[in-house]
Write a protein that binds this ligand. Sequence first.
Ligand code: F6R
Length: 232
Amino acid sequence: MKLEIIQNQEQLYKRAVDIISNHLKNGADTFGLATGGTMLPLYENLRNSTLDFSHCQSVNLDEYVGIPKDHPESYHSYMKRQLFDAKPFKAANIPNGEAQDIQKEANAYEELLKSLTVDLQIVGVGENGHIGFNEPGTPFGSESHVVELAESTREANARFFNSIEEVPKKAITMGISTILRAKSILLIAIGEKKRFALEALLNGEITEEIPVTSLLQHQNVIVLTDLNIDDR
Ligand code: F6R
């Protein structure tokens, strides 16, 4: 794992764009994408870049269940607004949270993911250490599945909705083993709220209670953070 501490956020996101750009130059054409507040400046930088993704495909980590795709806070809407309208991909895949049978949809998403190789998976991290919507306690062997969102996750995401009642209670997410199949992973962790998760990762103990520590099992992870933390 390579830790890069860049306290200037502008510089940090420029570095993230450089990493993506280098992957593109080296022939990467399949990107795993994330949503959330952390990714907003990344997508702004990508929108303003000259990078071209029109020959690429994307797979998103997750999608809420219980709100329509055209809800402004669905991850379909988020991705369209933040990236795809400005930088179209040849194919953009996001789980369908509106599927009649969401379990079947999660299984179908996993099948799709098994049919391709993600060159670079971008991930954020939750305050409780979740990656995707894999909450603490999720087995590291998990594949794409339906999750009940932790109350703390719903509270953290309430800032994007009018009230916490509006935050969906379920989601479809890539599993941890799904995420770990990517050739490379870029984790971005910004702000004090992510200190617990980041310190757990740097402490080096791999535990299902803190899903982000699963990344320690991967050979090719870059962590970008603005947190002032020792590399140990
Ligand atoms: C988003 C995702 C989540 C977020 C995490 C952090 O697709 O899978 O794991 O990355 O909840 O969210 P923010 O960036 O809003 O703090």
